[in-house]
Design a protein around this ligand. Sequence first.
Ligand SMILES: Nc1nc2c(ncn2[C@@H]2O[C@H](COP(=O)(O)OP(=O)(O)OP(=O)(O)O)[C@@H](O)[C@H]2O)c(=O)[nH]1
Ligand SMILES: [Mg+2]
Length: 462
Amino acid sequence: MDGLLKNRDRIQLSEWIGRACNLVLLYKVSRDGGSAEKFHNLCDNKGPTVTVFYNTDNNVYGGYLSETWGGTDQWCIDQKAFLFKLYSVGEWKPKKFFSNGKSNNYYKSTNYGPLFANLWSFYGSPEKSCCGYKMGSTSFFSGSHFHMEGETSQSIANGHNDVTEMEVYFVKDGPLALEHATLWREQPQWNLQTFQELKEYITKYEPFEESEVPEANILLIGQVGAGKSSFLNTINSIFKGAISSRACTGSAENTLTKSFEKLRIRDPAAKKHLKFRICDTRGIEKALSIKEEDLRFIMDGNLPNHYIFNPVDSASAKVPGFVKDPTLKERMHVVVFVIDGSTLDVLPEDTLKKLKDFKTMVVDRGIPQLVLLTKMDKVCEFVEKDISNMFVSEGVEGLVTKAADVIGIPRSHVLPVKNYEKETLLNINVNILALGALRQALLFADDFLENQFEIEQENSRR
Ligand SMILES: Nc1nc2c(ncn2[C@@H]2O[C@H](COP(=O)(O)OP(=O)(O)OP(=O)(O)O)[C@@H](O)[C@H]2O)c(=O)[nH]1
Ligand SMILES: [Mg+2]
């Protein structure tokens, strides 16, 4: 992709411009040379443009013009023009500054580069500096023609317009084309066929045959309110064909899930249950968290279905229905850590410690693990608007990397999702992500079952 703008910048600018569009690079001062003539050759009469300045202190700002830059020397008004900032000293802090709509706000001239009333570029050609170019600073973000919302040239650009780069993009109407955006991970085709293929895979899923295990057990572990039960409900809704709520969800100070539930999902078309169980647990929290001992018993298959967690004491062999000699059938075959992406940055130390301790217990047992990163709609407004932006969102990418670091798991094992929560209707893209995560969990469960089978084979040969 040409140009220095990132996906989130492109999506943000499209939002500000007010319609779906792609930004196509027309002019770049370092590539095309700093001359007004070259700029006009490449940008005149092309239609709306976005001009972006990258200053030497890592501030990124610019202006949008809905008119063309071509024409004879004169000040003009463009009611739709706006100035903006994207980054302040490297941090993404997007803000739009509307035109005051009263005074001329841009200058058409063959002798100048792009020139907004409060954001100049150059006359003739820009003066070179050690690190790039010295752009004009006349009435620099003074607020005489654009509403600056309390910002100044100091807060936006550290008071100077010395840049390493300046780019001009053509605004091409049309939905954000992914060839113009960088994917941080390969993504599914967002269509009905993908959804049907995933659903079919899961409907036909049978655990690794030789293991003779009738159902794969998928264990959900995570902090209180992370979305464990919501994931279960999401999967159930998909198969039911309507929003459903089998497991209790919501927000509460302490965990809402009080018991160990090994839920089966029914395929109404085939009138049978699918060959896996999603096992919901009490959340990790400060005082009344699920205990290490409980988890050990769950992973090893000792605790019975519907066991009610004791908030103050660990489970023991005295629990009614306690399975003394569990087989592979009762054990957990894959562990899914459910992490709330919207609070990952403020994850309390003790919760993090518990998660890491639990992870060590999982690793010790050789059980494969995944991370489900929930609430991605809360971390990126573009994902909230359209789930198919998941793999172009740099916000999501950053959280996936962070979750991988925090839990100590490869990035490819961290799957961002959005659970059903406020919706009343199913959404195909939500379904694709949730089923994709479930399929990954089933593949991992099969890896575990195969490993266990081989271990048993080896043991029986000895
Ligand atoms: N916006 C948004 N909200 C979510 C998502 N997933 C879950 N929620 C909400 O988060 C809250 C907690 O979800 P639960 O599924 O009850 O969380 P849990 O992990 O089961 O929590 P406990 O059982 O209490 O430990 C609920 O209000 C859900 O609606 C999501 O992907 N996006
Ligand atoms: Mg729950």
